[in-house]
Design a protein around this ligand. Structure first.
Ligand code: NAD
Length: 473
């Protein structure tokens, strides 16, 4: 340690970086955490998961208040105070980041507010936000610099009429007509927020369906809901030209039939994917290599091609999800501390926080077909769930992909209200190697949506109480 200023330098204080730094400090390492923000949080807390979920919850309340008019309860049309909504979102963010700031102090982590780049395999140059430059010798480093939105070259990203996930979350105004380019996670989540706040939202997606890669039976149920919420969903459609005018943004789109149409929008939100943050890190001064997609190449211990440097999170490959980043962070720290561990989760869950939510874990049906994996599928429609009916939320489906021989759960897909919470049971089932009998024998509380998981397992043997299926055996 004598030759070094710090035992472990962590670059980037998002959910990957701060989780790694906290864990390293907890097991006795001397840690320096570097990030340009005043407090840890990263994209997830400042410009991603947390602000978007705060707004999505407001969107859900607006939606539900409208739905219950049919039940004999009439709320007046919601009056949206955009400033207050923005304040609440900012308040949630500052409470959480403030808490992390406290945890940094309690753990005695050296927090440097600045941007770091490698000078060599053991030295960082840190450009501090106050203008000072600092040299930091480290024994080991973890890169956790995350990702940034992919920019479409045809757009003037400096225009206030062009939004990305960051600027859209600032909620500067609610445009009357919003075009969302990209029908993936961000496009659908933020499109839902703006639609609930009163925008007429059009989504343009270049592939055949929303959320490419996600099972179609799940997406179909979401899409039914989104059709009511959005002005239009244009599939197999691309943007050919875009012109910023005084009265809005004129957009020319081309559909699957090759026909082009011109439309005028007040604002355009691009959500066409994210790119790893690897530039300006001085990687050329290290032994680190990138893969064909621009991600830092790592092994199953999060080691890069440079013996003293590790990488975790979005910068180290798909899926670009916060929970994968924090888990990788713990693995990297354990390896640095001398433990012989590897990153090998049985499954990494994914959730799209639309209304209804879509969540999946383990193998998807799409993937099983592509890879010729043998499976049997059990589907429990929420129309047969008492709890779903009490909530007025029968727009859901719980399905299990099951190994026909071992009867183990291979994958779980859920669409419906609260699917993001329920998927955790699927994660546990897969991690523990549970089979359908284990799930069927586990008493689930009544009346809850979690019963759909148990009944989906029972369907496999044709013995679910609320769905009749001819018995398989
Ligand atoms: P995405 O990959 O989910 O979706 C991008 C979509 O844009 C795709 O459907 C793609 O086909 C489409 N597309 C690409 N180029 C296009 C074009 N020129 N015209 C029309 N459509 C086009 O990407 P995203 O929504 O930007 O999100 C990025 C990543 O951030 C996600 O992959 C995810 O890992 C992460 N994320 C996760 C969550 C969550 O966990 N709930 C939320 C937001 C973001």
């Amino acid at each position: 340690m004598t030759d070094y200023d710090t035992q472990l330098a962590v670059i980037g204080a998002g959910p990957g970086g701060y989780a790694a730094a906290f864990f390293a400090a907890d097991i006795g390492l001397q840690v320096t955490l570097i990030d340009p923000e005043e407090r840890p949080g990263g994209v997830c807390l400042y410009r991603g998961c947390i602000p978007s979920k705060t707004l999505l919850h407001a969107a859900k309340l607006i939606h539900e208040a409208g739905e219950i008019m049919d039940w004999g309860i009439n709320f007046r049309k919601p009056v949206i105070n955009i400033e207050k909504l923005r304040d609440r979102k900012n308040d949630v963010v500052s409470k959480l980041t403030g808490g992390l700031g406290q945890l940094i102090k309690q753990r005695k982590i050296n927090y440097l507010r600045g941007i770091a780049g490698f000078r060599d395999s053991h030295t960082l140059t840190v450009n501090l936000v106050d203008g000072e430059q600092k040299s930091l010798r480290f024994e080991k480093a973890i890169i956790a610099t995350g990702s940034r939105p992919t920019l479409l070259p045809m757009l003037d990203h400096d225009s206030a009429r062009i939004l990305n996930s960051t600027t859209a979350l600032e909620l500067s105004s609610v445009p009357k007509k919003l075009l969302v380019i990209g029908g993936g996670y961000i496009g659908l989540e933020l499109g839902s927020v703006y639609a609930a706040l009163g925008s007429k939202v059009t989504v343009v997606e270049m592939t055949k369906g929303l959320l490419p890669g996600v099972d179609r039976d799940l997406v179909r149920i979401l899409q039914k809901g989104l059709k009511d919420a959005f002005e239009a969903i244009l599939l197999e459609t691309t943007v050919k030209a875009l012109k910023i005018q005084k009265n809005g943004v004129k957009v020319v789109v081309e559909g699957a039939d090759g026909d082009t149409h011109s439309r005028l929008f007040d604002k355009v939100l691009t959500a066409v994917g994210r790119r790893p943050n690897t530039t300006d890190l001085g990687l050329e001064n290290t032994g680190i290599e990138l893969d064909g997609h621009g991600f830092i190449q790592v092994d199953d211990q999060q080691r890069t091609g440079d013996g003293s440097i590790f990488a975790i999170g979005d910068v180290a490959g798909e899926p670009m999800l916060a929970h994968k980043a924090s888990h990788e962070g713990r693995i990297a720290v354990e390896v640095i501390a001398g433990k012989n561990v590897v990153f090998e989760p049985a499954t990494i869950p994914a959730v799209v926080f639309t209304d209804p939510e879509i969540a999946w874990t383990g193998i998807t049906e799409t993937e099983a077909k592509e890879k010729s994996v043998e499976y049997q599928v059990s589907r429990f429609p929420w129309a047969a769930s008492g709890r779903a009916l009490t909530l007025g939320r029968s727009d859901g489906l719980t399905k299990l992909l099951v190994d026909p021989t071992s009867e183990r759960i291979l994958g779980v897909g859920i669409v419906g209200a609260g699917a993001g919470e329920m998927i955790a049971e699927g994660v546990l089932a897969i991690e523990m190697g549970a089979n359908v009998t284990d799930i069927g024998l586990s008493i689930h509380p009544h009346p809850t949506l979690s019963e759909t998981f148990k009944e989906a397992a029972e369907i496999f043997h044709g013995v679910a109480t609320h769905v009749y299926r001819k018995r398989r055996r």
